[in-house]
Every structure is written in C-alpha cells, then in structure tokens.
Unconditional design. Structure first.
Length: 258
C-alpha cells in the first residue's frame, strides 16, 4: 500500500497568527542533527523563549540534555530526548541503559523507537519486552513517547498492530516517525493512530513528526485530532508536533504586523 500524501491548505493571512499561537505550545522544537554542538543547542533553546509563549518541549540528542536543561531553566519548556534512535534495535538492554542515562541527565520525556523487527511472534514479544522495560524505568513522572516509524510499517494492519503494542504497555504518546526515513508523518498514518487511541480510551496522546514544515500542513493534523477528540483534548498533554522547520514560520506569523 502506498501511503497517502496530505494536501496542504494554507490558512488565510488573517488567521495565520491565531493558528500559530495555537500551535506554538503544542510544538516539540527539535534538533537531531549529527553535527549538533552545545552552541547549536544553546541557540535553539534561546529561540524557544519567543516572547509570545514557548513550545511544549525541546528535543535533542541525549548528549545535549544537560546543555538544554541549563539553557531552559525556569522557562517551563520540557526536555525531550531520543532512545534506541534512529535504528529501532531489539536490544532491550541498550534501550534501558539509554533511558536511564537520559533521565539521570535531566530528561523529562523519552522518545523511544519501537524495534523495527515485528514480523514473527518472537520479534513482537521482544519489542513488547523492550517497551515494557522502558515504561517501568520512566515510571509515572517521565513521559514516554513510542516512535512507530509508520513509513516503514507501510500497511494499515502493521501500523495498527504497532499502535496496539504500545498502548498495551501504557505509553503516553504514539509518535509517527523519526524524521530519518523517506516517508515520515502522513495523515493516513495519523488517522490509524488516532483511531487506535480512541479504542483504547483516549488517554494516550499522539505526536506527528517528520516533514511538517508549514502552517497549512500542521493545521491539517490539528484539525484531524480535533475532529476525533474535540478541542479540549488537543493540548500538549495529548497532541504534539515534532518539528524544527515549522518553528520559523510560527514565529514569523506571530510577529507579523496586524
């Protein structure tokens, strides 16, 4: 099955600022470049203090957690990081070790890649064990987001099975993608994820990530979640957009003259 590509609808200029202000607190401002330095992360964190509000979180590699925490002190912005990333290994000890170290460094949120090997019952059991181990390490204080890599799962059946695995282990968010593969977030995949979340009671959130660069694209996901659960559900507790390119357009729209 070929994953659907969403059709972008750009908001009218009069609505851009309102939409941008709505999206900013739902954003996980992200920098996961292989050449990121402490200075890169410090600049990212400085930009998060927009004067018009702040994003929900800043997401960086584990080695930059300490820098981000220091730069964002007293800002209210949460520190997110990635684990088992981006390859989605089935090595439970590796994922557990990375999770413990990230929390010890000061991470508030863990974005964990679901193992990519899910073809056999043994594969699925190993993946379930890995997610369960990280869920236990995170406890109730650390937010756990499970990255499904939906662009590689491809079919609705495989995406739904991955959703059910994560939901059964009590993850706090299902996340579409790492942003490191050819096909990342799509409206088709997020619709499957939202439906699974609804069937499991609606307490889990969704994070769409990878390739979301414009207000029009972000608005499509925002509207999809709102249609499914209502506007009161679509807060940072349940809905995130993982992006870096989108941030500049948000700030520009907010700062534009009326």
């Amino acid at each position: 099955m070929t994953m659907a590509t969403e059709t972008e609808s750009t908001p009218a200029s009069g609505a851009r600022r309102t939409l941008a202000l709505r999206l900013l607190p739902l954003l996980d401002l992200t920098s996961l470049g292989e050449d990121d330095t402490s200075e890169t992360v410090e600049r990212l964190c400085a930009s998060a203090r927009t004067g018009h509000g702040v994003p929900a979180a800043v997401c960086v590699y584990p080695e930059h957690i300490t820098t981000a925490r220091r730069a964002l002190q007293d800002s209210g912005v949460r520190i997110a990081t990635v684990v088992n990333f981006p390859d989605g290994s089935s090595d439970r000890e590796r994922a557990s070790r990375e999770t413990r170290r990230s929390i010890a460094a000061g991470a508030d949120e863990i974005d964990l890649v679901l193992p990519r090997k899910l073809d056999t019952p043994a594969d699925r059991l190993a993946a379930q064990s890995l997610v369960a181990a990280c869920r236990e390490i995170c406890g109730s204080d650390i937010t756990l987001k499970l990255i499904l890599e939906t662009g590689l799962l491809q079919t609705p059946q495989r995406i739904r099975a991955a959703c059910d695995l994560g939901l059964a282990e009590g993850v706090d968010f299902l996340k579409t993608s790492t942003g490191k593969v050819a096909v990342n977030a799509t409206l088709e995949a997020s619709a499957i994820m939202l439906h699974a979340i609804a069937e499991h009671g609606g307490s889990c959130g969704i994070k769409v990530a990878g390739g979301i660069r414009t207000l029009g694209q972000a608005d499509a996901y925002l509207d999809q979640a709102t249609q499914k659960f209502g506007a009161s559900w679509v807060t940072a507790a349940h809905f995130r957009i993982g992006a870096s390119s989108l941030f500049g357009e948000l700030v520009a729209a907010i700062s534009a003259p009326s």
